[in-house]
Design a protein around this ligand. Structure first.
Ligand code: NAI
Length: 262
């Protein structure tokens, strides 16, 4: 990282791949100081070589690692944390009984507890910075209970609920909270399956649109500065949000029909 650091700083969990990496590229392009934390050490090294990033080993399940990562990052930014993007996540695809209890635990531990851990660790730094923000990455599976992704879907509903509540609670600290809900985005997560099936998410997508990680990063960039609480990625996501609000019965019938022809 060069000696002349920009004023705005963002830390992105799961920044070594996919949407997190695309967001890191986007924020660097905008001149922000960017830190990433990930379990994938070699992915982080590649990202740092490409982008001039600050990196920290981070398993989001580990609260001590969260504290150390953010303390190191704010030491690097001379005290500022303008934005935490709680992005790290995993997915196990399959019918409920095809996904093992352990695989379900992993999703809850990383996608829910990992996000909560990040919020706890970041809050003192976000408060100290002021005018700062927390952006949590949920999913369209957090808008509508999604067959084949039942537990994943539950974790993303949890992230939405957490974001709604914290947006109200953290306002008194001058910290805004936003939630980003992508439709399918072309990243390695689409190759996820589970121990009980040979199918992956990619096999199940069918004719559905798939958006790029850059499109998701554009929305994260908007969420970092805009005044909304909820952001969706992709036209298909906007349609789903509309149906879930105004035609939930029709949506349910559609999902049941699709399940019957699986
Ligand atoms: P990805 O698999 O490309 O990236 C996920 C990153 O999280 C990886 O770098 C991985 O090493 C890291 N990670 C996994 N477990 C971790 C842990 N315990 N601690 C720290 N880092 C960990 O996947 P993608 O698509 O970029 O996912 C990013 C977020 O976007 C996730 O929360 C995912 O649920 C969400 N999302 C993705 C969609 C998609 O279609 N790609 C759709 C909706 C939401």
């Amino acid at each position: 990282m060069t000696a002349e650091r920009s004023l705005r700083s963002v830390f992105i969990s799961g920044g070594a791949s996919g949407i997190g990496l695309a967001a890191a590229r986007r924020f660097r392009r905008e001149g922000w100081t960017v830190g990433i934390g990930d379990v994938d050490a070699s992915g982080m090294a590649r990202a740092a070589a490409e982008l001039d990033l600050w990196t920290a080993p981070l398993d989001v399940r580990d609260r001590d690692q969260w504290r150390a990562a953010l303390a190191g990052f704010v030491a690097h930014t001379r005290g500022r944390l303008d934005l935490l993007v709680n992005n790290a996540g995993i997915c196990r695809y399959g019918l409920f009984e095809e996904v093992s209890p352990t695989e379900s635990d992993d999703q809850v531990d990383i996608n829910v507890k990992g996000v909560i851990n990040g919020a706890y660790a970041a809050l003192p730094h976000l408060k100290a910075t002021g005018g700062s923000r927390l952006v949590n990455i949920a999913s369209c599976a957090g808008l509508v209970g999604s067959p084949g992704l039942a537990v994943y879907s539950a974790t993303k509903f949890a992230v939405r609920g957490l974001s709604e509540a914290l947006d109200i609670e953290f306002a008194r600290h001058g910290v805004a909270v936003a939630c980003v809900m992508p439709w399918f985005v072309d990243t390695p997560i689409l190759d996820s399956g589970s121990s009980g099936t040979n199918k992956t998410i990619r096999d199940a997508i069918g004719n559905s649109p798939v958006y790029t990680a850059d499109e998701a990063a554009d929305v994260i960039w908007r969420a970092a500065r805009g005044g909304e609480r909820d952001y969706v990625v992709g036209k298909a996501a906007r349609r789903l949000r509309f149906l879930s609000r105004f035609a939930p019965g029709m949506l349910r019938r559609r999902l049941k029909r699709a399940m019957a022809t699986r």
